[in-house]
Design a protein around this ligand. Structure first.
Ligand SMILES: CC(C)(COP(=O)(O)OP(=O)(O)OC[C@H]1O[C@@H](n2cnc3c(N)ncnc32)[C@H](O)[C@@H]1OP(=O)(O)O)[C@@H](O)C(=O)NCCC(=O)NCCS
Length: 242
């Protein structure tokens, strides 16, 4: 199977959304009332499109170096033209001042209110990721038992927001190929790479020299679901190239 990797364009937002929902089925069932109706999916896709356009406009033609920038890539199966994997990165070129509490950060994901979102579950999920971030990349590092809302700065970093490969295409090197771009950028820029791994992602990141920092487990039974959702903060140091 041949695949190509290239940047996500506006026309790809729907395909990217769909492959992410399929790959991250467990996360999707926690944060959305699944299955999404066609109408709900259209609204989610329109929202993502708007965010992508806003991010592009924010970094275009400013004549100055951005402090952070988002990059998304798609893996396309050349035989079918279908999007079979996506990655979404944000590079923080400078240390990032923390301006919101963990609660405010999590709340910001609830606006605008989108259809079929399980509001309380999404809030709890974002709180969990936010806690992992502050425990993993705060400057100075947080101490055991420290109030995470006292963190003032997060380290500059390459952040992997999403890595998702369609279940029908997993185990064929696509995840690895999508990951490589960010690791190369991190090495070129001399930055750490940070992500919150699902349990399924762990073997891949272990292979690429990521070290676990902390795990956070979300009990999803209050949302009418079974079990827990566990994420592990993982950090990779840049490779010094001579
Ligand atoms: C995690 C994920 C992105 C990996 O993508 P993939 O295309 O299946 O992985 P690859 O085929 O590129 O595998 C890369 C390497 O990791 C190893 N690997 C990947 N998944 C593995 C698993 N579950 N168990 C053991 N090894 C695994 C492969 O053996 C391979 O090693 P190699 O280079 O020595 O051959 C994919 O399984 C996925 O989308 N999962 C659901 C979404 C998710 O959890 N994403 C991670 C979010 S943090």
């Amino acid at each position: 199977m041949a695949i190509t990797i290239s940047p996500v364009r506006i026309a790809d937002v729907r395909g990217s959304f769909d492959v992410t929902a399929r790959a991250l089925a467990r996360t999707s069932e926690v944060i959305y009332e699944m299955p999404l109706t066609e109408e709900a999916r259209d609204i989610h896709v329109a929202h993502r499109t708007k965010k992508m356009l806003a991010a592009e406009a924010a970094t275009a033609n400013r004549g100055e170096e951005p402090t952070e920038k988002a990059f998304s890539f798609k893996a396309v199966d050349t035989a079918t033209g279908e999007i079979v994997g996506v990655s979404r990165w944000t590079i923080y070129y400078q240390d990032e001042p923390v301006t919101k509490t963990i609660e405010e950060e999590a709340m910001s994901f609830l606006t605008p209110a989108l259809p079929q979102v399980r509001t309380k579950a999404l809030y709890a999920f974002r709180m969990c990721l936010e806690r992992i971030g502050r425990k993993s990349v705060a400057l100075p590092p947080v101490k055991e038992g420290e109030d995470l809302n006292s963190v003032k700065m997060l380290s500059k970093r390459v952040y992997l927001d999403v890595l998702a490969v369609d279940p029908s295409h997993q185990g064929q090197g696509i995840g690895k190929a999508l990951l490589q771009w960010g690791l190369d950028e991190a090495d070129r820029l001399g930055l750490v790479t940070f992500l919150e791994s699902t349990n399924q992602g762990r073997p891949l990141y272990d292979k690429y020299d990521f070290e676990p920092t902390t795990s956070d487990t979300l009990d999803v039974t209050p949302f009418g679901l079974d079990g827990v959702l566990t994420h592990t903060g993982m950090v990779r140091q840049p490779k010094i190239k001579n």
